[in-house]
Ligand binder design. Structure first.
Ligand code: ATP
Length: 367
């Protein structure tokens, strides 16, 4: 079993820098857990504490059933893949991959078998005698992964392994890492600041901000039911639109009053939000849940607002519209065939039942 457990883990750097605060996280055996968040949120520090590369200020880390706080990195039965690959430049691909096993005094035959097996999995068989400098970025990245695979560790730790690759290669390697997880069927903890990597790779995602866990859930759960405004704005591209306003009780029912437009909430939302009538809130709606009303007739639970088209960005399969009302600016993601003129006023249908309402002050989701 290779579950990894962090129990109330803190990291305080000198100068009272609280990089990781009270992190409670259970990573299940064979799970692909992604730690995601903006720069400085503490994700690398968290991973490095699991790896044993950073001392734990308070709290406990367990790998399998073992308490590992005081276990040196080499005895933790984990393998880490770094952003810069950390390959030995003077060694061949073969020797780079074999190095860790040699240190651990594995028999030559076993080393040879494991290196060839890993090379086969990663498509590196033809490159074993090359030095790292004679490889492309993607191939170097594979060697770094290969060096981890040969160890057959209880868990793999990845620290932004794709961030040095160009956009196309990054997408390709992302798929390869996903396949690798299926094939090796082992526990993986993966750090990234890229929400697309998080969404596509993770069995579950842990979103961090300022050293604090914001939400831990499956990707679609995070996308559909973000716990707060930060998570809502961080996951999804283009990001969710936010409108400040208030909840207003009217004879027609509970409305969101955005000051220059009003939207009737669905009966479900009204029922759940009844006790919050009069409260200052932030209304959140994703760009893909806003349609040009001309093309959206018959949509159920839709509400309309009129806005001016500021910019039209045709992307081929979809078009991104930048829109504004007197008080608000927002973005809609519509079909590629829809192409309204700039400076035109158009009607937009908002899929009201998919909207989110956050408390303005605490920024926690109310629904
Ligand atoms: P990035 O994506 O930029 O790598 P991150 O989310 O991985 O960021 P960490 O590297 O874990 O963030 O850093 C978390 C916080 O701890 C930051 O505020 C950082 O400045 C601080 N920090 C990291 N290492 C040290 C250190 N050795 N001494 C003092 N502060 C540190």
């Amino acid at each position: 079993m290779a579950q990894v457990r962090l129990d109330k883990v803190w990291k305080v750097f000198p100068g009272e820098v609280e990089a990781v605060k009270d992190v409670e996280l259970d990573i299940r055996d064979r799970e692909f857990m992604v730690l995601v968040g903006p720069s400085g949120c503490g994700k690398s520090t968290t991973l490095r504490m699991v790896a044993g590369l950073e001392e734990i200020t308070r709290g406990d880390v367990y790998i399998g059933d073992r308490h590992v706080n005081d276990v040196p990195p080499k005895n933790r039965d984990i393998a880490m893949v770094f952003q810069n690959y950390a390959l030995y430049p003077h060694m061949s691909v073969y020797k780079n991959m074999a190095f860790g096993l040699k240190l651990r005094k594995y028999p030559g035959e076993e080393i040879d078998r494991r290196v060839h097996e890993a090379a086969e999995i990663l498509g590196l068989t033809g490159y074993l005698e090359r030095k790292p400098k004679a490889l492309s970025g993607g191939q170097r990245q594979r060697v770094a992964v290969g060096r981890a695979i040969v160890r057959k560790p209880a868990a793999f730790l990845f620290d932004e392994p794709l961030s040095n690759l160009d956009a196309k290669l990054r997408v390709q390697m992302r798929t390869e890492i996903s396949k690798l997880h299926t094939r090796l069927n082992s526990t993986m903890i993966y750090v990234t600041h890229d929400q697309v990597e998080a969404m596509t790779l993770g069995d579950r995602i842990c979103v961090l901000k300022d050293g604090l866990i914001q939400q831990v859930a499956e990707p679609m759960e995070i996308y559909r039911n973000p716990a707060n405004k930060f998570v809502a704005g961080f996951i999804g591209s283009p990001p969710m639109n936010f409108f400040d306003g208030e909840l207003e009780q009217t004879p027609e029912g509970l409305m969101f009053n955005g000051y220059d437009f009003k939207l009737a909430l669905s009966s479900r939302q009204a029922a759940e939000l009844q006790s919050h009538a009069g409260r200052e809130v932030t209304f959140g709606i994703r760009p893909e849940d806003i349609k040009d009303a001309v093309y959206a007739s018959g949509e159920s639970e839709a509400q309309q607002i009129t806005a001016r088209v500021e910019v039209v960005e045709p992307m081929g399969s979809e078009t991104i519209l930048y829109l504004s009302t007197e008080r608000h600016s927002f973005v809609a993601r519509v079909e590629g065939t829809e192409n309204p003129g700039v400076n035109q006023d158009i009607k937009l249908s908002l899929m009201i039942d998919r909207a989110h309402i956050f408390d303005r002050e605490s920024e926690q989701a109310l629904i």
